[in-house]
Design a protein around this ligand. Sequence first.
Ligand code: FRU
Length: 419
Amino acid sequence: TPASASPHEASRTGARQYTADDDHTAVWSRADALKLKQDRTNTAPRVSPDFPVMTDKVWVWDTWPLTKLNTQTATYKGWHVIFSLTAPRSVPFGDRHWYAKIGYFYSRDAKSWKYGGDLFPAGTSFGSREWAGSTALIGDKVQSFYTASGRDNGGVDPSDALQRLAQATGKIHADKNRVWFSGFRDHRIIAQADGKLYQTLEQSQQGPIIYAFRDPFVFRDPRDRKIHLLFEGNTGGTAGSYQCTKRDLGDLPAGHEVPEDSKYYTGNIGLATADGDSMENWKLQPPLLSANCVNQQTERPHLIIRGGKYYLFTISHKFTFAPGLSGWDGLYGFVGPGLRSEYQPLNGSALVLGNPEDAPTQQYSHYVMPNGLVESFIDTVPTADGGTRFGGTLARTLALSLKDDRTRLAGQLDYGFIP
Ligand code: FRU
């Protein structure tokens, strides 16, 4: 069985294996991050300012396909289905987060998307807005995971940074003309920051930079057969109390000083495990990977498994790197021999796809599918007259080639191609 194969593999490769419950967290070190460098293989092509818009009704940003628990995209009765954070286009683009709701789109060809409206019935979700998540088709049921962002009934309040993980169950329906959903009336909060493994909002309050406990990504690990969630967190404890360890710093070049305020940057990739296939209860586990003293935000973590290797991806911003480091808005990744393992940064530094220097916020929220295609949304694109155009629609899908611990940009496909 795959489960008993791993110790053998471990002894052969010398790589230590851990179980999901073990207390071992891999690190993205400062030394790794100091190697960040753009080149042809990891720089996204410029987004053309004349991009098409999917719908004139809503801004579209973080997007994910309907998946099976094995992370493969799923179709239903021949329909492709995707879920996106959406907000009315009447809301200023920069304010969209405070109005976010999960909307859905369906398509026959995986690129001409028809907007289906909100996923959940009005008034059923927790929080004051719905942030990113994942949606799995299991049998004839749809399990939806999302971030309940803000207090319940908190209204539009950008100062309210509370985030909890939530789950709701529904059913998908389709005929030859359209796709729709029913159910989603049984919302539950399934995980909250505990203050030990994951920082609570209260503990974050002293910190100068944005807090996270969000973006659940559901999958089944083929080795332990358990259902897990990845999510974005911050290391538990009061902001500012963290002390950078030797391991966090890595093998630094002589003369590299670590600015004191680096201790405020404590992003991690969290893990929660279900007690069984019915997913009644979820247990918080130690993070899979931390970016302590490196980066405050490891957003929308997700993974694909190829040839027995676990590729862990996350998105991050230039402005969330700790002082003394710098990167790009884009996609970062790590590879390891198991779900909980000694992940190594892809390409030495973890950079997989960064925005070009002359269009630093052109696209974001990249999501890698098991087929190596990467979807993202168009954010803010420079125009020829020196202005900018807001996107709020899906970018061209990029193709990634993946080999061992290396990735390479391999091509550019249609807008919003999510097969
Ligand atoms: C990434 C992100 C997610 C979050 C959402 C909020 O673009 O910051 O982490 O769920 O956007 O709009």
